[in-house]
Design a protein around this ligand. Structure first.
Ligand SMILES: [Zn+2]
Length: 413
């Protein structure tokens, strides 16, 4: 087994991740206090129960019924504050409650839930002092063996029984432009318990990315064909997309295909199609030039899929029997009722993410050097090379709730 340089955080959150940025290690008081503080921070009150009752009229269905807005100015403001100084713990408890409320109000047999802040990337970055968009995935359940184990086991089961993870996206552009594909991958990876060198890379903070390896997928690693040994323990590698600089902790834009190892862990590729992985030992980043990076390492170690299977067990169900379709629910956190135009942005993003060929929509993202870039985002189908699809579910109110949820047709522009 690998060793941690620090004990694992005592958080309930399986995985809180910031695409291409680092998180401070959480310093957590006792669990009860944590819950209280967390809920106070987001909802302005403390309760004995983990999820205090909320007014039932905070949810509003989209015109197509394929998304729901949680409309609450205070929650929106508090999440915004959290985005300026994110920690692993506080939001997790509170987002758990949001997922709980949603699950109680709507029947949706979904695999994944996205929670999205209703703000544009540009308006957030203009107002933010931190200038980094927080996104994370809270993994809740594994339905398979052989993919490693949670680094931070979930302590509460929230969400519909089929839900494996929920992901927070700090801006609405996160759906179409990314990191939605990155966050989906966190439902399965990177949690490998071995071999040691690979597990050590995935344990770097923020955990559960491929680090300095040749995995070369949405969760990090370089393009294997780009590796150049420069001598004197120096190596040069590039990102897996010509647009993306090498990023050990993965890619925020939906412009990188899932790597063979990621597809294997997702149950979409057999082990025979996963190439050997090169893993840098004790890597230290030296320079960044364009989309390439030079780093120092004492050695490069080769890890085979056979060794991964020895360390983690056989991936079951196999790629022949595993699910190839995933249903998604979308929750938008909003300050006020969405306009028709705003709902249409989500509907377009959903249609694009579901498309089996490119949807023709362009997305805007921020390049590693801070420039705004316009690109054609990959759909989930494309990122999996046609191996799997997803669909945003039509949400239906549960029968046993007495609240009235209005579909908002009376938009103001
Ligand atoms: Zn990540």
């Amino acid at each position: 087994m690998h060793t941690h340089s620090q004990p694992p955080p005592p958080a309930r959150l399986a995985a809180l991740r910031l695409a291409s940025s680092r998180l401070a290690a959480p310093r957590v008081p006792t669990f009860q206090l944590l819950i209280c503080l967390a809920w106070s921070a987001l909802a302005g009150g403390c309760s004995d129960s983990i999820c205090p009752d909320r007014p039932p009229d905070d949810f509003q269905l989209s015109p197509t019924g394929r998304a729901v807005a949680y409309v609450d100015r205070e929650i929106f403001a508090n999440v915004l504050n959290w985005m300026e100084a994110p920690t692993t713990d506080d939001p997790a408890i509170s987002f758990d409650c949001l997922i709980d409320y949603f699950t109680a109000r709507f029947t949706s047999d979904v695999d994944i839930i996205f929670v999205v802040m209703n703000q544009s990337r540009r308006e957030f970055l203009e107002q933010s002092a931190r200038k980094v968009i927080a996104n994370f995935t809270a993994s809740q359940r594994f339905f398979e063996s052989g993919i490693g184990s949670f680094r931070r086991p979930p302590i509460a089961n929230v969400g519909p029984p089929r839900m494996r993870s929920y992901s927070f996206l700090g801006v609405r552009d996160g759906l179409l432009a990314g990191p939605s594909l990155h966050e989906i991958a966190h439902g399965w990876s990177a949690y490998l318990d071995g071999p040691l060198s690979l597990a050590e890379q995935t344990d770097q903070d923020p955990i559960s990315h491929w680090g300095f390896t040749s995995v070369g997928g949405v969760l990090g690693g370089w393009d294997a064909s780009s590796l150049e040994a420069l001598g004197d323990e120096q190596y040069r590698v590039c990102g897996p997309s010509p647009r993306e600089a090498f990023a050990a902790q993965g890619y925020a834009h939906n412009s990188v295909h899932y790597a063979p190892l990621e597809l294997y862990l997702m149950g979409l590729l057999g082990p025979e199609d996963v190439p050997d992985i090169q893993v840098a030992i004790d890597p230290v980043l030296t320079t960044i030039e364009g989309t390439c990076v030079t780093f120092q390492a004492t050695a490069l170690e080769t890890v085979s899929i056979a060794e991964i299977i020895v360390a983690n067990g056989v991936r079951l169900p196999s790629s022949e029997d595993s699910p190839k379709h995933f249903d998604i629910a979308l929750i938008v956190i909003a300050q006020q009722s969405l306009t028709e135009v705003e709902w249409q942005v989500y509907e377009d993003a959903m249609v694009c993410m579901e498309a089996t060929s490119d949807c023709g929509n362009l997305a805007t993202g921020i390049a590693h050097d801070g420039r705004e870039v316009v690109f054609q985002p990959l759909t989930f189908f494309e990122a999996t090379a046609g191996r799997a699809s997803l669909r945003f579910a039509v949400l239906q109110q549960t029968a046993d709730t007495d609240q009235t949820i209005t579909t908002r047709n009376d938009f103001t522009r």
